[in-house]
Design a protein around this ligand. Structure first.
Ligand SMILES: [Zn+2]
Length: 422
């Protein structure tokens, strides 16, 4: 532990970043300011929004006394790059949280540095991350705890995911998983095996005999135990360094879930549309990519079995489960999200085999989960051009048919366009 412990990290949407970088590149004597919103988690995550490019004269007096704000500049080589110089220029007020971010400091313009200033305390910024297509992530200080975990464990993984920089992002990631049943078990296992550092598991259901077909980490003795608790226990046996947080409760559509808001990825492996829509809203507000995995086996129109999955990795503001399609009953999901507490459900609950549903298969579940997580690895490597939808279908007697495409936001989507708090 050092005296000057790095504390805050700043995230912003790639659309906002483009709106900042273009005018600043054209005119380096200007700067951009953005509002910052603190998140509830342990990491000091600050979400930046509402960029404004203006002259360098903006100072702390221009903001309310308790405001949190970000100043971004692309100084040329002759400009000093010390925090004291920028603090004397920007004059943040004592109780404000001001973050100064300087980008493009080297000859190749790839360098960066940043500091936070609050109540007279100056700290280097830990991380700066642009969330979205061709994601950019810049880390200032590597964490000493990284070295403690057996490096040999990852020798087969590092180059396979695209190199050390990508694997470092995996290992620093916090992933929140909503739904810990069949697909959720597979997803949690893969994230743990890849090296994700923190995993939050949420599920309110208990294990029943019919879950043992696909929840392969659960044993007959676990029947009656909570799914998230059981999964978390087994994952930590598999990888003792994993920081697993277990929330043995339902993803209530009304209550706020601060424990879920501090994440690098939110994953939904649930059957119901209400929680998926709510997760999409939360992901948009907190600038978290959302991986939604839906699988199933049902009877097709021709009476044949349909073994299929839909997997979507959706970037904030670049499409969501509401606007790209895929919610079976949008009206009921919206109602569930907005109806007052205690309101009767819009529709009665349906048995599991309603609407031609035949069941669940670990084969299609594992294909779907692996596909989604591979797209997330592409995102971390900076290789994903945008939100992506994979549709998988097993041709009985043949092979997998996979259709994949980049999707974007509907301009009228209330989640994508208005999700960010103002
Ligand atoms: Zn949307």
């Amino acid at each position: 532990m050092t005296v000057c412990q790095s504390r805050f990290e700043v995230v912003m949407a790639s659309s906002d970043w483009s709106n900042v970088v273009r005018p600043l590149s054209a005119n380096p004597t200007r700067m951009a300011v953005m509002q910052l919103q603190r998140q509830g988690g342990v990491r000091g995550r600050l979400v930046a929004s509402q960029p404004k490019v203006q002259s360098i004269g903006t100072v702390g007096q221009d903001f309310p006394p308790l405001a949190s704000w970000l100043a971004i500049a692309l100084p040329n080589g002759s400009a000093p790059a010390t925090p004291d110089d920028w603090i004397s220029r920007l004059k943040p007020r004592f109780a404000q949280l001001c973050v100064i971010l300087l980008v493009g400091l080297d000859d190749d313009r790839a360098g960066w540095c940043g500091w936070s200033v609050e109540r007279g305390v100056v700290q280097p910024l830990a991380r700066f991350c642009v969330i979205g297509a061709n994601m950019l992530e810049l880390d200032q200080i590597s964490d000493a705890t990284e070295a403690a975990e057996d490096a040999l464990r990852w020798t087969r993984t590092i180059e396979a995911v695209g190199g050390r920089a990508t694997h470092d992002r995996v290992r620093k990631a916090t992933v929140n998983l909503i739904g810990c049943s069949r697909a959720g078990t597979l997803a949690a296992t893969m994230f743990t095996a890849l090296g994700v550092r923190r995993l939050t598991l949420l599920d309110g259901d208990t294990i029943e005999p019919h879950n043992l077909d696909g929840m392969f980490l659960a044993t007959p003795e676990d029947i009656g135990s909570n799914k998230a608790v059981t999964l978390g226990r087994r994952l930590v046996e598999f990888r003792p360094e994993l920081a697993a947080t277990v929330l043995p409760r339902r993803f209530g559509v009304k209550l706020s879930e601060p424990a879920l808001e501090d994440a690098d990825l939110v994953v939904t492996c649930v059957d119901q549309d209400g929680p998926r829509l709510r997760a999409a809203r939360m992901a948009r507000q907190q600038l978290i990519p959302h991986l939604d995995i839906g699988t199933g086996v049902r009877t097709g129109d021709d009476g044949q079995r349909v073994i299929a999955a839909d997997v979507r990795l959706l970037l904030p503001g670049e499409g969501c489960v509401r606007c790209v399609g895929g919610l079976g009953d949008l009206e009921a999901a919206e109602y569930e999200n907005w109806a007052p507490p205690g309101a009767l459900p819009l529709r009665g609950s349906q048995p599991w085999h309603a609407a031609g549903r035949l069941g669940s298969l670990i084969t299609v579940n594992s294909m779907a989960v692996a596909t989604g997580i591979q797209s997330w690895l592409d995102l971390l490597a900076g290789d994903l051009p945008g939100s992506i939808w994979h549709r998988l279908r097993w041709q009985i007697g043949g092979s997998w048919e996979v259709e994949s495409g980049i999707v974007g936001a509907d301009e009228n989507c209330t989640v994508c366009s208005h999700g960010q708090r103002s």
